[in-house]
Design a protein. Structure first.
Length: 98
């Protein structure tokens, strides 16, 4: 069985954020997030915590947002050199990294 290479791997490998290439990094990050359909996590404010009486549909939406937020943050961190990762490793929201 032949292995299929992720087309985003080249972007991730060759365009890591160094601190000096912000605009290029952001453009490539947006490409990755758009393909994954999670770019909205950088464009919208994070949802508030679910109230105790939240309905199941809203809870499902909220959980999806948090899952996508985590994925976005992981992509962002993967697109950084180690020094930049250390700077942002405790940042809670992906949008706050920007």
């Amino acid at each position: 069985m032949s292995s299929i290479k992720n087309p985003l791997a080249a972007i991730l490998d060759s365009n890591k954020f160094t601190g000096l290439n912000y605009l290029d990094w952001l453009r490539n990050l947006n490409i990755v997030l758009a393909l994954e359909k999670i770019l909205y996590t950088l464009e919208k404010s994070p949802p508030k915590e679910a109230p105790a009486d939240v309905n199941p549909e809203e809870l499902t939406k909220l959980n999806k947002w948090w899952d996508d937020e985590l994925k976005t943050r992981c992509y962002m961190m993967a697109l950084m050199f180690n020094e930049m990762q250390r700077r942002f490793e405790k940042t809670v929201y992906a949008a706050d990294i920007l």
